[in-house]
Write a new protein. Structure first.
Length: 326
């Protein structure tokens, strides 16, 4: 290892902090930095032209970092650029935020070091549910019958085709933000009274898949960690374990069949990633059904509950770019 490891994430990211602490114990130079601080709280500068090479530097707090000397960049969970509070016009503020993001995206992309789980554009593409669902199906995963539509009539037809047993989910993965969006939930008669609102934006509609347990499969390099989420143990998490009922939702280590394990590895690799958190359903009949993949899913809660060494695997990936099978 020849240079620092730069972790791009929000200041309150406890998971990144744990990984950083382990890397520091191993002797690595780790920098936790949130690009949302640019330009009011930090500076990212690029120089080009003349006879010298293009150079990029990051200046924040007490650090002056040569970005061209990094060992690795981890695109963890950075916040979006925030324009100065002195800018009152919302259109001007939005323009400034776009300018900063466009600039920073170009800087990160231009770096020659290893990028985890991938470059920003690869991460963004892999994160699109309408994209990775098709990739998963092409690799042989079982996927629920799925419709993505903004047509209320198509939703009603789909519901009838599946005897009313359907669920909907948003295309964006953060339904908690600003009270908008929706968890994975069944379509009720009450929902149908507002079905015309679907014309405002498309939504994912899927046939309901009965669950024995749900699985979170975390792939780090070539290591695969599978955890059972016993979401059916409580009504609160029956349709979406992200509603969290920690005291009543057991988590247990799961042994994936070799075929499913290999599919998980192939999915992450096909998407161009070195890390991915995959959500599966294990049905009462023993079928594995793919739901989605998150290129930067949380994992510390799984490790704390099961003892799986996921943090150590992530640290290995950042330091060396390789993680052995386990």
């Amino acid at each position: 290892m020849t240079g620092p490891i730069l972790v791009l994430t929000a200041a309150a990211d406890v998971t990144a902090g744990r990984v950083a602490a382990l890397l520091t114990d191993r002797g690595a130079d780790v920098l936790l930095f949130d690009p949302g601080a640019v330009p009011t709280g930090a500076q990212v500068e690029m120089t080009a032209g003349g006879t010298g090479p293009v150079r990029r530097r990051l200046r924040f707090t007490e650090r002056d970092v040569d970005l061209d000397g990094l060992t690795c960049v981890w695109h963890r969970r950075p916040t979006a650029p925030v324009p100065p509070q002195s800018v009152a016009d919302p259109e001007v503020a939005a323009h400034l935020a776009r300018e900063v993001k466009t600039y920073l995206d170009g800087v990160w992309r231009s770096l020659g070091c290893r990028q985890v789980p991938a470059t920003r554009e690869v991460i963004d593409r892999a994160d699109r549910k309408s994209y990775h669902l098709g990739v998963a199906a092409g690799l042989g995963f079982a996927v629920p019958p799925t419709l993505v539509t903004a047509d209320p009539d198509r939703l009603l037809d789909f519901r009838e085709e599946h005897d009313g047993r359907i669920v909907t989910k948003p295309l964006h993965r953060s339904p908690q933000q600003a009270g908008m969006g929706r968890y994975t939930e069944p379509v009720t008669n009450r929902d149908l009274a507002h079905v015309e609102a679907l014309r405002q934006a498309p939504m994912i509609v899927q046939a309901y898949v009965p669950k024995d347990v749900e699985l979170r499969v975390t792939v780090v390099g070539e290591a695969v960690f599978a955890v059972e989420i016993h979401s059916q143990a409580t009504q609160h998490t029956r349709y979406d374990w992200r509603r969290y009922d920690h005291g009543n939702t057991p988590l247990k280590v799961h042994r994936l069949p070799d075929e499913e394990r290999q599919r998980c590895l192939e999915l992450v690799q096909t998407l161009g990633l070195s890390f991915g958190a995959i959500d599966l359903i294990l049905t009462p009949e023993g079928r594995y059904v793919f739901l989605e993949i998150n290129p930067n899913g949380q994992f510390d809660w799984l490790e704390l509950a099961t003892g799986l060494p996921i943090t150590a695997a992530v640290a290995d990936l950042l330091m060396t770019g390789a993680v052995h099978q386990c």
